[in-house]
Design a protein around this ligand. Structure first.
Ligand code: SR1
Ligand code: MG
Length: 429
């Protein structure tokens, strides 16, 4: 951001926002009526930004503005406004690659770090739907299309080396958001850090054991290096179920402000981790024993579908659209070459699955021992019951991280999740 842009930044409060929108004919046409009658409500419940819903006589818009600091913590934690620029860039690219699966951008202002988007209504944050026990029949198809399209077409399998490096450069400045991930996901949960928290006293012993567990520290450090040093594709970077809005018939991926060129497995692992947490939190939301059994079975089927469909679609694109400089077709001539390349594609997917398992574990542990927690668990009012659900998730995640290679298939992950669902931590006995 230039100095001039920085000088033009101000936090928009309601009256200021109304005037701002009223001065933009494209937006007044969407809203309709007179600006004085528009309703403006701040609804942001995320960790970082302001989000307003603005409604007029004809329609509505969502307005997202970055604050110069982390909302969750306050002004003591400054954060560059440029993240709004990267979010806008990512949304635009994702809209080209996965049409209909991200909100349409109606207006963007880099200096104000502000983006106006279509209002997603009656969509809700998927995490809230999962807590309520709702099943989403379109989810597997939509999220796997989103991931396969955005991850394949921004990778070296689809791009020339020059295009790919231009892409990396365009997002390289988003390093402050990467640093949040590097600290909050890959480092802090495994050491004493002021901002860590967990459901005490029940998880005190597990938190302490994770801080002394060198097998875990080796595994998380390998994953951290992979996150930092593997610009495989333009990843969303924060693809949890709070970054997905849903209805029964639509899925929209929002909030790609953490986007950068990173490892593909980080996005896929995020989706799988958050579904595993929804599954293991579910017993904490029961009204009567077993009343969420059908929902839980659906979550497990969904996890299986997310990996299998993603792998099928990604491999399909690799077979049909491999115009990139990675894996030159000229090196795999003839029938024998084609067969060998296909075997290698399968091997690549197996390696990607290992990354996915590891990153899913990392995403789980940070939500239970780190700063930013998940409503899936937080909404369980009975703290001991919450801790039981969290302890099961930590047990599964530790296994997935340290013994990632023993999980060769998604079925193995699901089997382990089922087993741990029936396990009782010592403090529960
Ligand atoms: C300080 S930001 C905490 C978390 O919120 C975002 O959604 C990311 O997951 C980040 O790690
Ligand atoms: Mg977010």
């Amino acid at each position: 951001m230039t100095l001039a842009q920085a000088e033009n930044y101000r936090i928009l409060r309601e009256a200021d926002l109304r005037d701002y929108l009223a001065g933009r004919p494209k937006l007044t046409a969407v809203l309709g009526g007179v600006p004085g009658d528009w309703s403006i409500t701040e609804v942001g419940d995320g960790n970082i930004n302001l989000v307003f819903i603005v409604k007029g006589a004809r329609g509505g818009v969502a307005v997202k503005q970055a604050l110069p600091y982390v909302r969750l913590v306050g002004e003591s934690w400054p954060l560059p406004l440029s993240r709004a620029h990267y979010e806008y860039l990512a949304l635009t690219r994702q809209a080209q690659l996965a049409p209909g699966l991200v909100p349409a951008v109606l207006h963007h202002n880099d200096a104000l770090a502000l983006t106006v988007m279509e209002l997603l209504e009656p969509h809700i944050i998927m995490r809230k739907g999962l807590i309520a026990g709702t099943q989403y029949s379109r989810f597997v198809d939509d999220i796997t299309t989103f991931m396969a399209q955005t991850l394949f077409f921004t990778s070296d399998l689809a791009l020339t080396a020059a295009e790919k490096k231009e892409g990396i450069a365009a997002f390289a400045g988003n390093h402050a958001l990467c640093k949040i991930t590097e600290d909050l996901i890959f480092t802090d949960p495994y050491r004493i850090a002021e901002q860590n928290r967990w459901t005490a006293p029940w998880l005190d012993a597990t938190a302490a054991s994770f801080r002394e567990d060198f097998d875990l520290h080796v595994a998380i450090s390998r994953l951290k290096l992979k996150f930092m040093a593997s610009p495989e594709a333009l990843i969303h970077g924060d693809l949890h179920t709070g970054s997905i809005m849903v209805t029964e018939s639509e899925t929209k991926v929002i909030d790609p402000e953490f986007a950068f060129y990173g490892p593909v497995g980080f996005d896929v692992g995020a989706v799988i981790a958050n579904l595993l947490m929804a599954y293991l939190a579910s017993s904490g939301h029961e009204r009567s024993p077993g009343d969420r059994a059908a929902f839980e079975a659906w979550v497990l089927e969904t996890i299986e579908g997310v990996w299998n469909e993603f792998a099928r679609k990604f491999l399909g694109l690799w077979r049909s659209d491999a115009k990139g400089d990675g894996y030159p077709v000229s090196l795999f001539a003839g029938e024998a070459g084609a067969a060998r390349l296909d075997t290698e594609r399968q091997a690549h997917m197996a390696r990607l699955f290992q990354d996915t398992v590891g990153f899913a574990a990392a995403k789980t542990i940070r939500r239970i021992l780190g700063l930013a927690h998940n409503l899936d668990f937080e909404a369980i009012a009975d703290e001991k019951l919450r801790a039981i659900c969290e302890a099961r998730s930590l047990r599964l995640a530790r296994r997935m991280m340290v013994e990632a290679s023993s999980f060769a298939t998604i079925d193995a992950v699901i089997k382990a999740a089922r087993e741990v669902r029936g396990w009782q931590p010592d403090f529960a006995r």
